[in-house]
Design a protein around this ligand. Structure first.
Ligand code: DX5
Ligand code: ZN
Length: 222
């Protein structure tokens, strides 16, 4: 499966006692990409889950696993998530200098893993400049990373527009993903601004009207 525009439900909001069912329900709606939020209690003030969950989900379902590393020292964990079946691995610009950032990108490319880079709401778009010609994905955080269920931060819209303009101007190839507080209001705004992939957790998981919610985020059950 290759990286394509669409919706990436964040399993952080799933009922982990029924994770398989939750994923199956999404798959039946035509969802194939899932977002795994990895938190280390260091880069972000929360802990989530590890590579074992990614590995178990990949073992049971054929999905595109989008792994979002909200961790310090991502270089120590890349192999763990590659082994677990990650198709795309995204790290944060705030935890690397340019040499290390380039090293991680090259390493993942050599392993045929798609690579993304992400920035927090308070981080300037210019910080990604050294990487934009190289990455497959730019992940714009529209909440302070660490927790699901937060309110969308509108300044993300300008960042999405900026990265869309930069991609057009330089003919770069990355897709733009946005993550945090995505719902039926912020989702369409992000698509309008140029987002290709919407990450949504609390808006989608454990909801009776999942189909309608997916449609409101622009999903077409293929
Ligand atoms: C926050 C995570 C987001 C979060 C999205 O640090 O990166 O992916 O799970 O959850 P909602 O959609 O509930 O804001
Ligand atoms: Zn995320």
């Amino acid at each position: 499966m290759k990286l394509q525009p669409g919706i990436a439900p964040s399993i952080l909001a799933a009922n982990f006692l029924k994770l398989g069912e939750n994923i199956q329900t999404m798959k039946e709606e035509g969802v194939s990409m899932f977002h795994f939020d990895i938190m280390d209690g260091h880069f972000v003030p929360n802990l989530s889950y590890g590579a074992n969950i990614v590995s178990q989900v990949n073992g049971a379902y054929s999905i595109f696993s989008d792994v979002h590393l909200m961790i310090a020292n991502p270089e120590k964990y890349l192999d763990m998530f590659i082994q677990a079946g990650a198709k795309l691995i995204t790290f944060h610009v705030e935890v690397v200098d340019v040499p290390l950032g380039n090293k991680l990108i090259n390493y993942l490319k050599e392993k045929n893993i798609l690579v993304g880079i992400s920035l927090k709401p308070g981080t300037a778009v210019e910080s990604l400049q050294p990487y934009l010609s190289l990455v497959d994905l730019v992940l714009v955080m529209s909440v302070e990373p660490g927790f699901g269920g937060q309110v969308f931060i509108p300044s993300a819209l300008e960042k999405i527009a900026y990265f869309k303009e930069q991609r057009q101007r330089h003919q770069w190839h990355y897709l733009i993903e946005v993550d945090g507080g995505i719902d039926d209001v912020s989702g369409p705004q992000c698509l309008q601004a140029g987002a290709d992939i919407l990450v949504a957790g609390s808006y989608l998981f454990q909801k009776k009207d999942l189909h309608d919610r997916l449609v409101k985020l622009g999903h077409h059950s293929s």
